[in-house]
Design a binder for this molecule. Structure first.
Ligand code: KG4
Ligand code: ZN
Length: 357
């Protein structure tokens, strides 16, 4: 009798675990200037991934205007959510959990996604799970067909952050370093502004650099403490601005050379620090994520250096490097699988808590 009870319990546990495993999660992301929603099954199969970009709204101002971002999210959150369901060919009844970015990010923008996610979760009686945006970026690598095993080092380079993590498990990220001032993507955006290339600048500098000479100008590389993992990118932005104003009227200076030389300096630091982090942890796997990971030169340099030192590099496809809802859904799925849930008191936060430690 006892034996049968044990078998019965085992089967029930397996069914519960299986149910958790294949859970259908909607991920909602509104931390900055993208309104995004995605349906992900089992934490790894993307059924839909809808991203509404606000670039056109912020372009005339040369950067994200927080008040406008929040207003646009309010306008777009419902159609983006509905489109995510339609493309996934699922209805509200099929959803089993709602994952939502709760920070870091613009608080007004985050609150739109958060209120919407709470409303859906409350109305449908679904579990709600708050997701850290930065952890979401790192989890994006698990949406690719060949993800790395644990542990791995992750370099996250985006418009708001430049962090290095030692990732030891699905929800366990150990912080190794971060930027002390500007993020790498922020430097791209600010330099693009100085060069009159518009906003956001990363993609334009990437494109323009193809025709430039990366060795033409030696911009400074801030390695800071040689054995440490912190970054600093505000100096290089100032160096480019000084260079441009000093060379005004000099026709021999090509903007493509400035772009390529700036890009090379940023990439040099990112690649060297990332490889140092992997070597320090005696680890064999390096993941690179965040909007800057779309950069073709960075991708090529990471691949080349990884091959040289004998480690494997994992860089998700560009759509999974920039902000999206799928990364939030998969990170939410990880927390849910560990039995974590958020309450309806879940609040938005602007800064990464790790940045304050
Ligand atoms: O991850 P993301 O979409 O949003 C944040 O969480 O910040 O990253 C956006 C940043 C912007 O600064 C943008 O200029 C940069 O990523 N970026 C790039 C490229 N594509 C986007 N930077 C360099 N090269 C690119 N190809
Ligand atoms: Zn992001």
């Amino acid at each position: 009798m006892c034996f049968f009870a044990l078998i019965f319990q085992l089967i029930v546990n397996m069914l519960i675990l299986r149910k958790e495993f294949i859970m259908m999660v909607i991920g909602i992301e509104t931390s900055c200037d993208e309104t995004a929603a995605a349906v992900v099954s089992g934490g790894e199969v993307i059924l839909s991934d809808v991203v509404w970009s606000q670039i056109a709204t912020h372009h005339p101002y040369g950067g994200v205007v927080p008040e406008l971002a929040a207003r646009k999210h309010i306008e777009k959150i419902v159609p983006v959510f509905q489109e995510a369901l339609t493309r996934a060919d699922v209805g509200l009844d099929d959803l089993e959990a709602v994952a939502v970015t709760c920070g870091p990010g613009l608080v007004g923008a985050l609150l739109v996604g958060l209120c919407f996610a709470k409303a859906i979760a409350y109305a449908r009686g679904l579990p709600l799970i708050g997701v850290n945006h930065l952890e979401g970026h790192v989890a994006a690598v698990h949406l690719e067909p060949d993800p790395p095993p644990y542990p791995f080092v992750a370099l996250l380079a985006s418009g708001g952050h430049t962090n290095l993590y030692y990732v030891v498990g699905p929800t366990r990220l150990e912080h190794m370093g971060q930027t002390r001032d500007d993020a790498a993507g922020e430097a791209f955006d600010k330099v693009a502004k100085v060069l009159g290339l518009g906003y956001p600048g990363g993609h334009v500098i990437d494109e323009l650099s193809k025709d430039g000479d990366p060795e033409r100008i030696r911009f400074p590389r801030a390695f800071l403490d040689k054995t440490g993992f912190d970054f600093s990118f505000s100096g290089i932005k100032t160096a480019v601005a000084r260079y441009v104003s000093a060379k005004q009227g000099d026709d021999s200076i090509d903007v493509a050379d400035i772009a390529a030389s700036f890009q090379e300096a940023v990439i040099d630091v990112l690649v060297k620090k990332a490889i140092l982090a992997v070597e320090t942890k005696r680890c064999e796997h390096l993941v690179v994520v965040g909007g800057v990971a779309c950069n073709r030169r960075l991708r090529a340099c990471i691949e080349k250096e990884a091959a040289r030192v004998g480690i494997s590099a994992y860089i998700p496809k560009p759509e999974l490097c920039t902000d999206n809802g799928a990364m939030i859904a998969t990170m939410g799925h990880r927390h849910l699988s560990e039995g974590k849930r958020s309450s309806m008191d879940l609040d938005a936060f602007s800064r990464d808590w790790r940045a304050n430690t």
